[in-house]
Ligand binder design. Sequence first.
Ligand code: FEO
Length: 400
Amino acid sequence: MYFFEKVNENIIRLGVNDRRLARFENMYPIPNGISYNSYLVVGDKTVLMDTVDHAYMNQFFENLESALDGRDLDYLVVSHMEPDHSAAIAMVLKAYPNCKLVGNQKSFQFLEQFFHYDFKDRYLIVKDGDTLDIGGRVLKFVFAPMVHWPEVMFTLTDKGELFSSDAFGTFGAIEGHIYSDDIEMDELFLSEAARYYFNVVGKFGRNVISVLKKLDLEAINMILPLHGPIHRTKEKINAFVDKYMTWAAFEPEKQGVVIVFASMYGNTELVADTIAYFLSMEGVKNIKIYDVSETHASYIISEAHRHSNLIFTPINYNTELYPEMDALLRELVGTGYQSRKYSVITNGSWGGRSEKIAEEIIAKSKLEKIGETVAITSSATKEDEEKLKALAKQIADSLK
Ligand code: FEO
């Protein structure tokens, strides 16, 4: 059974949903699945914009054949060589022997590295800013290096349709509606879009900004990403571009505090709850608490980027830093985390160097420390409670 949706007279969406994959890139949980989008642009010539993951090649191919409705395929544009979009390239080229493969030098280098294909005689190598007139649409290729791989390129049509590769995508399968204006871009949508952005693309925020600056954003009236819904109204486009500008500039989206704790017997968890309570009493509105052993790092990393302040508890384990906290902090730094404020609460019973290790890890992020470390020994005392209260006030003051 084929399934495709007409976006307008010249564009057809051929995407598929994947709800069977447990983790995107074998790292990030996707409880609501993910979509792999692909599009057919139909003019005098036919152009396929990317393919899909290998697990869905058969369904995708049926969609493509049906959408072509007996026409030949003239071009396949490769905007990104990560295999969730490139796996079906050979299948398409073999089925459509007249089809040219449009990409840049790097895309073809990666194609050969990944799949060892020999399609050199089918390559149409483009440079940044090159155009391709397909009769009915002129496609302009805009290089977007490191958003989030080096070969990535966007395609902008003369009608203002932007095929944005992984940018402006989100986790989550399509649930019937393919347009963002038909669904609620609520906190759940935004938190999944943010989790996708900060974990997959976020480190390269400066590259995101430079490519957005290269584009005439006013002239864009549709954004067609490789994951998630299409944005076709100015309201949704502007809202998402604004979010991207904030996220990519490493600016906090919310004044608030993310507290991430590690706790073996509940004593440090109680400390996390206690300082959260004191923060609330100080008028802090946005507070989130995560158990580093319980919540996948991708959720914590995303929320840490979205908020202005972070509190973490680098407790000891085997005299070193608690392994899950160690991993989280390294991963957080690896996503380009910066321009934030942090505070530390330690808990140790008989020694260890966990705080020193944690401070060394996050030193790379160049953060501003708020308050002195509050050091608990085994479980908090009344005196510690006063220190937590004082720290909560300093943190609240830092938000103003
Ligand atoms: Fe959706 Fe970077 O692949």
